[in-house]
Design a protein. Structure first.
Length: 247
């Protein structure tokens, strides 16, 4: 179990955050089991007023402060927040799929209260897409932007280790498609054409589960990790927000 968690949630390998945007300030809340959860809130650039909070759930190898910086660069007119997953410094505890899913509504509530916003747009990246889908089942959100999403973490692992019955052995499941299937929430999907970690089949499983897709964009030539440096990615993220907000 511990080896599985280190592979799925490599908190030990996440680097220090880069420079934070002006005005960034720390957030803190507690998990239901008592662990301290730490995050970052970045207000709109230039002190502008906004009723929108963009709440980020990053990939398993990201520093959440860097995720907040990226989202602020993409959406400078909105509040942005992202929490370090449980067990990722400076949050306390041990990262497991059930823990991350359970923490999401709590981090949502803390970020919303700190920002003073009225609307929440959730951005999930890689493993964070599953967390975002589960959150939308627990809280009213404006919409979901899912970047390199998957339908089931067990199925992703089964494809990565085809000689092992990973689906049967993996104890940390994030059933993103099952969480999303009953929800009438706007969903934007951004996929990397050459994703070497999440296959097209796994994204297709998520796509079939979504009831209301407002944007479905594949970034040509992009891999799982180089997607974010491409100009097409920023354009897709802008289009995703516009589609969700009906602009």
């Amino acid at each position: 179990m511990l080896l599985e968690e280190r592979l799925l949630f490599p908190a030990h390998a996440v680097g220090e955050a880069g420079p934070l945007p002006a005005g960034a300030r720390p957030l803190e809340t507690g998990a239901a089991s008592g662990e301290r959860l730490v995050g970052i809130h970045v207000p709109p650039a230039g002190g502008a007023a906004s009723d929108l909070l963009v709440l980020g759930y990053p990939g398993n190898g990201w520093n959440s402060a860097d995720a907040a910086s990226l989202l602020h660069a993409l959406y400078p007119d909105a509040h942005v927040a992202s929490f370090h997953y449980r067990g990722y410094r400076a949050s306390e505890g041990r990262p497991t799929a059930p823990a991350l899913i359970a923490d999401a509504p709590l981090t949502h509530d803390a970020a919303l209260a700190a920002s003073g916003a009225r609307r929440v747009l959730v951005v999930g990246v890689s493993i964070g897409t599953g967390i975002a889908a589960h959150l939308a089942a627990e809280r009213a959100v404006e919409g979901l932007i899912l970047v390199t999403p998957f339908d089931s973490l067990r199925k992703v692992a089964g494809e990565a280790i085809p000689l092992l019955p990973a689906g049967a052995l993996l104890r940390n499941e994030i059933a993103a498609a099952d969480a999303l299937r009953p929800l009438a929430v706007p969903v934007a999907i951004i996929e990397a054409e050459r994703d070497e970690i999440i296959s097209a089949a796994r994204t297709e499983g998520l796509r079939r589960a979504a009831r209301w897709i407002v944007l479905d964009r594949r970034i040509a030539g992009a891999g799982h990790n180089d997607l974010y440096q491409r100009a097409d990615f920023a354009a897709a993220m802008a289009a995703a927000r516009a589609a969700i907000e009906g602009r």
